[in-house]
Design a protein around this ligand. Structure first.
Ligand code: MG
Ligand code: MG
Length: 282
């Protein structure tokens, strides 16, 4: 069994895949607008990854054939891209990963589809309250992700990270449903490796957090209750109460001198600043 701890050289080799994953998400974010479909966004992400010599690592997952997961509105995670045009106010979580040089990146962002330029704000079909809740749940999910990433710098055991995320969720305004049975993970030569990264406290303290760890922190929240249903497509994980839902994710490494977010262009500097943490490249 391979160790969950990478060597300093191995951690360095993970950086290009992280940057490419960020670039694919940048391209999706720049293209998202009313009328575009998630299948078109998927093609944009695939082009960015392949033109750089990478491989969309989601296509290496058994039974999955796309570059991104696109989870719209009450779908929390694992939504399959389709040809339905997006409308302003839709909340879209795009999860994407690249394999480059034998190493993986994995990251997700949630985007509220903006109004098209010059178009009257007609509002989302589900109304203004929907859009407000969409922003609330996305902001909360991004915020608690950064709490989890910051905890990688100081945690002694993996369970400290889940605890930091759980505590941060409790500090956020309004109801939030923290998904059970869906977790973050280790990452390296494979996109999904040990250890499991829970978004809440569990009974075991988990593996030691120390130099060499490379993990994905990925909270998944609904704007209501944590109960979810899986669609007949056997992938899409949908909030049972139909509330808008969000998913944010970054790949983060801990090395001898600090932490670095491989899937953020600034290594996580902006997100970690409120915690007094300056990321250091490995
Ligand atoms: Mg992901
Ligand atoms: Mg992941």
């Amino acid at each position: 069994m391979r160790s969950i701890y990478k060597t300093p050289d191995e951690l360095k080799m993970m950086l290009p895949a992280g940057v490419l994953t960020a670039q694919a998400l940048d391209a999706v974010e720049a293209a998202i607008r009313p009328g575009i479909s998630t299948l078109e966004l998927d093609a944009i992400a695939e082009r960015v990854i392949r033109e750089a010599g990478g491989v969309p690592n989601f296509q290496l997952v058994d039974g999955y054939h796309h570059t991104v997961c696109a989870s719209v509105n009450d779908v929390v995670v694992h939504g399959i891209p389709n040809d339905t045009p997006l409308v302003a106010g839709d909340i879209v979580s795009i999860d994407c990963g690249a394999l480059l040089g034998g190493w993986n990146g994995d990251s997700a962002r949630t985007i509220i589809v903006p109004e098209a330029d010059g178009q009257d704000a007609s509002g989302h079909p589900r109304g203004d309250d929907w859009v407000r809740e969409a922003h609330r749940v996305s902001n909360a999910t991004r915020e608690v992700m950064w709490h989890g990433i910051a905890a990688v710098a100081t945690a002694r055991h993996m369970n400290d990270i889940g605890g930091a995320i759980e505590d941060a969720i409790a500090e956020q305004p309004g109801p939030l449903g923290n998904l059970e049975n869906y977790t973050g993970h280790g990452i390296g030569r494979n996109m999904h490796e040990e250890p499991t990264v829970f978004n809440y406290r569990v009974r075991r303290r988990g593996p030691v957090v120390r130099a060499g760890l490379a993990i994905c922190i990925e909270p998944m929240l609904t704007a209501g209750k944590p109960d979810v249903l899986v669609d007949d497509d056997e992938w899409s994980v949908r909030a049972a109460d139909g509330t808008p839902s969000a998913h944010w994710e970054h790949t983060v490494i801990r090395h001898a001198n600090g932490i670095w977010v491989t899937t953020a262009h600034d290594g996580g500097a902006a997100g970690l600043a409120p915690f007094g943490i300056t990321p250091i490249a490995p």
